[in-house]
Design a protein around this ligand. Structure first.
Ligand code: CA
Length: 261
């Protein structure tokens, strides 16, 4: 990517927010479709499940709903196709079917380029964090296996932490708060520092995730790892867009130049 595009995106963000400069401390990474190539399994499971129940949800559309609760996705399709919302019983049945189908798929691989990017982030003296709507209990051990020594439990936001989830800014606001608590825990009162959104960036693949990052006031980088048009991510306010985690990784040196003072 041309460095002019990166500079322009950063300048526009700083102007909008009234910050003098970026002072990047931590990167908040989404998980599904960013760190793991798991979205195709979700899209497949949604498509097949809906078909099983006589409803139509194309795989590409599942990417547009990524981050919504299961109930909300089911009701969008139900209202569109049948003109009424699904009952709670129906929602439970459909969602259980979807979860079982998803779990029967082979475990998703780490996203190509993710590990190298995480290593580069750490080497730039920036802290990588995970902010996900996922509630898998095995999450931390999986992350540790695939990305050894990169993440810390106290710097993770998962489905267990949040009330609303994306596209609400809550998960990213909580991520910033966790980082703040973490670095100030070891400092005495006079050394404690305050942080603002310009100390962070968000990396997201889904329109609703981008919406959450932008609503939290954070410079949000979209990685379009699925089949949706780039416009769907720019419409939600993505500040920069890369077609893959690998290209974001390849451009990290250029980006960090504008994000760290
Ligand atoms: Ca995602």
């Amino acid at each position: 990517m041309d460095t002019k595009i990166i500079k322009k995106a950063v300048d526009r963000y700083l102007n909008q927010k009234g910050y003098e400069k970026m002072n990047l401390q931590a990167v908040m990474f989404d998980m599904d479709g960013v760190l793991y190539d798991s979205m195709k399994n979700h899209a497949y499971a949604w498509n097949q499940t809906m078909a099983h129940f006589g409803l139509d949800l194309p795989e590409w559309e599942a990417y547009m709903h990524e981050g919504r609760t299961g109930a909300s996705t089911i009701n969008i399709v139900s209202l569109r196709q049948r003109g009424y919302e699904a009952t709670q019983e129906e929602i439970d049945k459909i969602y259980q079917y979807k979860s079982e189908l998803f779990n029967s798929r082979p475990e998703a691989e780490p996203m190509p380029g993710a590990l190298n990017l995480l290593k580069k982030v750490k080497n730039s003296n920036v802290t990588p964090m995970v902010v996900t709507g996922s509630g898998q209990k095995t999450l931390l051990s999986r992350l540790e296996k695939n990305f050894p020594g990169i993440f810390r439990r106290e710097l993770m936001v998962t489905a267990f932490d949040v009330k609303y989830g994306k596209p609400n800014p809550e998960p990213y606001l909580m991520g910033m708060e966790k980082y703040h608590t973490f670095i100030n825990n070891e400092k005495n009162d006079t050394e404690k520092i305050s942080l603002a959104p310009n100390n962070f960036i968000v990396v997201e693949n889904a329109p609703l995730g981008v919406q959450a990052g932008v609503a939290a006031g954070v410079f949000t980088i979209a990685v379009n790892t699925g089949p949706i048009p780039n416009a769907a991510l720019f419409e939600q306010g993505a500040n920069l867009l890369f077609p893959s985690m690998q290209t974001l990784c390849d451009n990290w040196e250029k980006i960090i130049e504008y994000l760290k003072n």
